[in-house]
Design a protein around this ligand. Structure first.
Ligand SMILES: C[S@@+](CC[C@H](N)C(=O)[O-])C[C@H]1O[C@@H](n2cnc3c(N)ncnc32)[C@H](O)[C@@H]1O
Ligand SMILES: [Zn+2]
Length: 312
């Protein structure tokens, strides 16, 4: 089983990371607002959604949004604030590789700033293909290995192997997003062609490639205020998204898998879409906060009112 970046072990408060990153935050949200503003559906899945930073971008487009994250502590800590801003959202602790949902449950979804923690993207995409419906809109963001600064640095080092499609593992020298010098962690930058072919292999057809955070640089930040940067970012997103210049890339996709023969409209109750994360069998529920898999006898319960379906 692939390693998991367990934020609970890192005792990491992810919301703090965003205190000084207004430009990147708005650049991502503006991009996602456009992707989801005219889309409508029932169930929506934010994989690795943490404290709901980008929930505003899909919240009004889908009836039943779900945030799934491996960090139960993050979900518990932020539950009240998420619920007060987004009362319809359901929080679930689970592993993106082994999601506790029935096949073809979701009409839409995304994964933003999480793929760098996923060392086996091919396994994750297989699981994503299972839980999303035919024609679902799915957005995959990833840290771009061959962004312009990285390319220039590699050329100076005369490191020509850097240009291959292999993922680049960032050294954990400083505190990166979700990793700590003392504790380690997984932090991978991916080549766009690699992610494109893995998505397509799993029937996620890329409709748009959208570049983001073109101006991510401490020097630029010193000279330009966030407002000017956001203005320029909008122009760059429109004109240069086809390139591999930016450090972050979003693929807007549609899942073109075969429809399930027995495809039924999912109900509005969470229990209509839940399944055993291990064998994907049906669950039996006892009371409000306990579930058991009929097939493999695994037991699951709610912690602080949040389902804990984490398995490795
Ligand atoms: C850098 S944060 C990004 C949060 C959010 N998507 C955002 O953009 O604000 C990465 C999140 O991915 C979660 N994560 C990492 N590996 C995971 C896995 N295998 N399954 C589920 N969540 C995972 C972490 O717990 C963390 O909350
Ligand atoms: Zn089971």
């Amino acid at each position: 089983m692939p390693d998991i970046s367990d934020y609970d072990k890192l005792n990491y408060d992810y919301s703090q990371y965003w205190q000084e990153r207004l430009y990147e935050n708005l650049a991502e949200k503006n991009l996602l607002n456009k992707v989801f503003e005219n889309h409508r559906g029932n169930w929506f899945l934010d994989v690795g959604g943490s404290y709901g930073r980008i929930a505003s971008t899909y919240y009004n487009s889908y009836k039943y949004p779900v945030i799934l994250d491996y960090s139960l502590n993050t979900l518990i800590k932020n539950k009240e604030i998420i619920k007060s801003r987004y009362p319809k959202i359901t929080l679930i602790a689970a592993n993106a590789y082994k999601m506790p949902f029935k096949e073809s449950s979701f009409d839409g979804g995304l994964m933003v700033r999480v793929l760098h923690h996923i060392e086996k993207p091919e396994e994750y995409f297989k699981e994503a293909k299972r839980v999303f419906k035919k024609d679902a809109r799915y957005v995959q963001e990833f840290a771009n290995k061959v962004h312009i600064k990285a390319k220039i640095k590699a050329l100076f080092r005369k490191d020509f192997e850097f240009f291959s499609e292999e993922p680049y593992e960032q050294p954990i020298g400083e505190n990166l997003e979700g990793s700590k010098k003392e504790e380690g962690g997984i932090f991978l930058n991916y080549h766009p062609s690699n992610i494109k072919s893995l998505l397509e292999k799993n029937d996620f057809i890329i409709e748009k490639k959208l570049g983001c955070s073109f101006l991510r640089s401490q020097t630029i930040k010193k000279f330009l205020g966030s407002e000017v940067m956001i203005f320029l970012e909008k122009i760059l997103q429109r004109t240069l998204s086809w390139t591999n210049i930016p450090p972050s890339i979003f693929f807007q996709t549609t899942l073109k898998k075969k429809a399930l023969g027995k495809e039924v409209e999912q109900g509005s109750n969470l229990r209509d879409i839940l399944a055993c994360p291990s064998c994907k069998g049906d669950l039996t529920f006892e009371g409000e906060g306990y579930a058991e898999c009929k097939k493999c006898n695994l037991e699951f319960s709610k912690k602080d009112d949040i389902w804990d379906f984490r398995i490795e």
